[in-house]
Design a protein around this ligand. Structure first.
Ligand code: NAD
Ligand code: DAU
Length: 350
């Protein structure tokens, strides 16, 4: 089986690529990524020479490129993660999100449909990886997003992801494209770009800079270790029902301020600082526009139907994450200075 994984140089994509390359040596994995600021091939150094792995640089917003790639490679499956993924960036540059997340997804859907329709779609899979943010914002309380929750996206990012989800389902109903879809909560773990809350806070604590908390820090997110998202994607890809959607989450809700307190304490402990030292870096800043209050996801469908569950507790996952960032200070340094962007040229220019 030949699989194109889009966005494989990003945070989650790199964990998915590694899992598939190592767990399924009989599959050929093509990592298709434009290497935007969020794409970092250094994330995949350990497997870049594996015989069943290849990297292709390209932009999914370019229909001609996508069509030619599909015609040349004739993939059997697509696992689509490539996206503009940061909510704050979507507020300042929404069009970039429409181009990649909406148009890019439609280009992939068209290319897959055109390649697979003459073959009757037999044994083919288009798997779209999406987010819980499409469901909107919850009040404090026991409510959770289920697969039946009506879409109510509120940021340009979530609107673009919701739109892409609708297009994916439209290609299933209209053309019979064999699709699968999952909507996941906030991921954390190694290789997370330090614009997102957890890696940003670890980086700021390490370098003794203010740790910005939006508003009063009362917003709630459900956090899942990135390697557990990768195993969930593996489960949906192999065992999920065609046409179905699966919610994925960690059953692990945290208010931002409580999370940052915990993170400060874990870093203090691991770096031998006096308890409470890093909490002094917390700085309350202007709130995000349209800031969704709470996300909480009901993962019972994937747990009951596909037998998936998270492998680590939050305490274990967070400890592993902090250990990884402390041991990989050079990765953070290269990402924050931009030096990581030279890696593609050094590694792939001849
Ligand atoms: P990321 O920003 O770390 O990585 C995105 C990758 O896509 C990068 O490697 C980038 O170079 C690539 N890319 C961007 N535009 C492209 C284009 N036009 N053509 C080809 N490649 C392009 O994102 P992430 O956090 O790893 O998220 C991956 C996917 O999972 C996204 O679809 C996101 O919506 C979804 N998701 C993320 C989270 C999360 O917590 N991070 C949670 C649920 C779902
Ligand atoms: O829920 C899944 C989504 O989680 C994914 O689809 C997105 O791609 C991913 O970026 C993430 O979105 P969030 O907006 O929830 O993640 P972020 O890390 O940007 O912010 C987490 C929370 O922390 C949110 O309430 C905003 C807040 N925050 C964020 C930053 C960057 C701060 O208080 N300070 C900050 O500096």
């Amino acid at each position: 089986m030949k699989i194109i994984i889009t966005g494989g140089a990003g945070f989650i994509g790199s964990h998915v690529v590694r899992l598939f390359v190592t767990k399924y040596p009989e599959y050929q994995i093509i990592n298709l990524d434009a290497l935007t600021y969020a794409g970092n091939l250094e994330n995949l150094r350990d497997i870049e020479n594996a015989p069943n792995y290849r990297f292709v640089k390209g932009d999914i917003a370019d229909q001609q490129f996508v069509d030619e790639l599909f015609a040349r490679e004739e993939p059997d499956a697509v696992i689509h993660l490539a996206a503009e993924s940061h909510v704050d960036r979507s507020i300042t540059d929404p069009l970039a999100f429409v181009k990649t997340n909406v148009l890019g997804t439609v280009h992939l859907l068209n290319a897959a449909k055109n390649l697979w329709k003459p073959l009757g779609f037999e044994g083919k899979t288009f798997y779209h990886v999406s987010t819980d943010e499409v469901y909107g914002s919850l009040e404090m309380g026991p409510d959770m997003f289920t697969e039946e929750t009506a879409y109510d996206p509120r940021s340009p990012y979530s609107a673009s992801k919701a739109s892409s989800d609708h297009f994916v389902r439209a290609w299933y109903h209209t053309y019979g494209l064999p699709i699968k879809l999952s909507n996941c909560s906030n991921n954390y773990g190694p290789n997370h770009f330090p614009e997102k809350l957890i890696p940003l806070a670890i980086h700021r604590i390490r370098t003794r800079q203010p740790v910005p908390v939006y508003g009063k820090g009362e917003n709630v997110r459900d956090w899942l270790f990135v390697k557990d998202h990768a195993t969930a994607i593996d489960a949906v890809f192999h065992k999920g029902k065609v046409g179905d959607t699966y919610n994925i989450g960690g059953v692990n809700e945290w208010q931002n301020l409580a999370l940052i307190h915990l993170l400060c304490d874990v870093v203090d402990e691991k770096t031998g600082q006096m308890p409470g030292t890093s909490r002094q870096l917390i700085t309350f800043v202007k709130d995000r526009a349209g800031h969704d209050l709470r996300y909480a996801i009901d993962s019972s469908k994937i747990m009951n139907e596909l037998g998936w569950k998270p492998s680590v507790t939050f305490e274990q996952g967070l400890a592993q994450t902090v250990d990884w960032y402390l041991a990989n200070a050079e990765w953070l340094e290269r990402v924050t200075t931009g030096a990581y962007q030279d890696y593609y040229l050094q590694q792939y220019s001849n």
